[in-house]
Design a protein around this ligand. Structure first.
Ligand code: MN
Length: 259
């Protein structure tokens, strides 16, 4: 296995509220939201909390570990938000891939996981967003969704309520498959066809991550951009490590999930 990851604030925002984790076994993208420093706190602490749970519960089956770990991270975000007026209302998406014998997926929010096999890209997650629902029900085309004024409204995230439904999946994979986790800073402005073209054309994983970030920035980079790329194979020799959201403050994205 090889992997690489890259996070970029984009061209418009001063802070980066996305966080990611990549360690050769667990791969996570979390896109935080909330006033003040809420977004970066939420995404970073959700990953911390999940990893602590995961380390302490290795005996659980993979999908149950994903589900319970994400539920634990949700409680941690809620508790932290409840203890601080400045952090009230913060939340985060959470998309995680666990490679452990098979490949397991846990997902909440509008970050995404794709699989690319022999040059063909397929979306493995469903966005928990208002526009996804409207497209699914036939009220919008995918192109209209991309430009819709409420495209940032998400219907499920960590930090909203104690009860949390987590999408879980075991993914059928083959050696050579590439898995891409990304925040909506990529998928919201770069079309799937272009993501597919980059994943197919660029062999080097770090170069591939840079090309994806550059593609989003070439379209204005309106949001933080995070990509985690995994190429499945026989051995682990990755680059990536971790990125906690940059420190700093920014207001005004509470409407991310409130219309
Ligand atoms: Mn985002």
């Amino acid at each position: 296995m090889r992997y690489a990851a890259l996070s970029d604030p984009g061209r418009v925002r001063e802070n980066n509220e996305d966080s990611y984790h990549a360690d050769g076994r667990l791969f996570i993208v979390a896109d935080g939201m909330g006033g003040h420093r809420g977004g970066e706190v939420a995404s970073a602490m959700a990953i911390e909390s999940f990893l602590a749970f995961e380390r302490g519960n290795k005996g659980l089956p993979p999908l149950r570990r994903l589900r319970d770990g994400i539920a634990t991270a949700n409680q941690a975000v809620l508790k932290k938000a409840g203890g601080s007026p400045e952090l009230e209302g913060m939340g985060t998406t959470f998309t995680a891939v666990l490679v452990e014998g098979g490949v397991y997926l846990g997902h909440v929010g509008d970050s995404r996981a794709y699989i690319c096999r022999e040059g063909a890209l397929r979306l493995m997650t469903r966005d928990h967003s208002l526009v996804e629902r409207m497209v699914r029900e036939g009220f919008l085309t995918p192109r209209e969704a991309r430009l819709h004024p409420q495209r940032n409204v998400i219907l499920r995230a960590l930090g909203i309520a104690k009860g949390l439904e987590v999408d879980l999946d075991e993914v059928e994979v083959r050696p050579g498959d590439r898995l891409l986790l990304c925040s909506d800073g990529l998928s919201g402005c770069v079309e799937d066809a272009e993501i597919e073209a980059v994943l197919s054309a660029v062999a080097d994983l770090e170069g591939c991550c840079r090309a994806l970030v550059e593609a989003a920035n070439a379209r204005g980079g309106p949001d933080n951009i995070t990509v985690v790329l995994v190429e499945l194979g026989e051995e682990v020799e990755g680059v990536g490590g971790r990125h906690a959201a940059a420190k700093g403050g920014r207001r005004g994205i509470l409407s991310r999930w409130r219309a």
